[in-house]
Design a protein around this ligand. Structure first.
Ligand SMILES: Cc1cc2nc3c(=O)[nH]c(=O)nc-3n(C[C@H](O)[C@H](O)[C@H](O)COP(=O)(O)OP(=O)(O)OC[C@H]3O[C@@H](n4cnc5c(N)ncnc54)[C@H](O)[C@@H]3O)c2cc1C
Length: 80
């Protein structure tokens, strides 16, 4: 969790925040998500299979995750 926003000292015009730092915003978002029971798992996704009702996500470490829905946020230049 973090991405590009984590690398900048100033984030402006994010809804609800007139001005904050990237790391502070990421910390706030992560804390908020955790309060609702979200588990944050770090890892590199190597391939996915979205063809079935249950979506499959495989990581470099050999783990596989299953989900009914997946949101991709891979940065504009990486999304396909
Ligand atoms: C210096 C700087 C200042 C900015 N300031 C502002 C601002 O003030 N206001 C504003 O609205 N926006 C700002 N932005 C832009 C904002 O940070 C981006 O628009 C936003 O982060 C894009 O989010 P994203 O989730 O699409 O991509 P990213 O933030 O790039 O996140 C993509 C994530 O996906 C991960 N990823 C990619 N491939 C894989 C894979 N195969 N497996 C696992 N993980 C993967 C990457 O490691 C990364 O963590 C700024 C950006 C920069 C660099």
């Amino acid at each position: 969790m973090g991405g590009q926003a984590f690398t900048t000292r100033e984030i402006v015009n994010f809804p609800g925040f007139k001005s904050t730092s990237g790391p502070e915003l990421m910390k706030t978002i992560a804390g908020h998500a955790k309060e609702f029971g979200t588990e944050i798992i770090k890892g590199e996704v190597t391939d996915v299979d979205f063809s079935g009702e249950i979506k499959l996500i495989n990581t470099k470490k050999g783990q596989q995750y299953q989900a009914k829905a997946v949101i991709l946020a891979l940065a504009p230049n990486l999304a396909c």
